[in-house]
Write a protein that binds this ligand. Structure first.
Ligand SMILES: Cc1cc2nc3c(=O)[nH]c(=O)nc-3n(C[C@H](O)[C@H](O)[C@H](O)COP(=O)(O)O)c2cc1C
Length: 147
């Protein structure tokens, strides 16, 4: 049932210190665990990382999102987790991504860089819907390029 579908949007502050290569390795580890775990319970979504801030969209069954988000919230690799939206969704914005990452290729970085410049991307000052839309636009653009 479509009414079963929920979407959660949050942002948080990176707590991984060290060189940017170490942060990249940590993000790769996070993504691998996310993709494996989310696929098992039918969660889809995307993760963005910019200027020390994570923003993430999780979509799926409410109880599955809650269980996943419980783990995410306790993760010491980030902090100050702020939920921007948690509400029913008509359809999935990232149907083919158990966890898409915005910024994992040179091209993505450029796209993201332009968005940051054009819109002054600042998760702290944005609404859940706006973050969702920006991430979705980037992922759709990437899919079009990959096709
Ligand atoms: C920013 C961020 C996003 C994360 N997103 C997810 C996610 O979507 N799904 C997930 O299972 N774990 C996610 N994690 C990792 C969890 O906090 C936790 O480490 C992981 O679920 C444990 O999985 P494991 O028991 O299979 O090792 C995220 C962590 C961080 C810091």
């Amino acid at each position: 049932m479509p009414s079963e579908l929920y979407r959660l949007v949050y942002y948080s502050v990176n707590r991984v210190t060290g060189k940017s290569s170490e942060a990249s390795a940590e993000i790769a580890t996070i993504l691998a665990a996310s993709q494996a775990n989310n696929a098992k319970v039918g969660i889809t979504g995307a993760l963005i990382f910019n200027s020390g801030i994570f923003a993430q969209v999780l979509e799926g069954k409410r109880s599955d999102i809650e269980a996943t988000f419980e783990r995410i919230q306790r993760d010491p690799r980030h902090g100050d987790v702020q939920v921007l939206a948690f509400e029913p969704a008509a359809c999935r914005g990232f149907p083919s991504w158990s966890m898409g990452y915005v910024g994992n290729s040179r091209e993505d970085v450029n796209v993201f860089g332009n968005i940051a410049v054009d819109t002054g991307f600042d998760a702290r000052r944005m609404e859940g819907d706006r973050i969702f839309q920006i991430m979705r636009d980037i992922v759709l653009e990437d899919e079009a390029h990959a096709a």
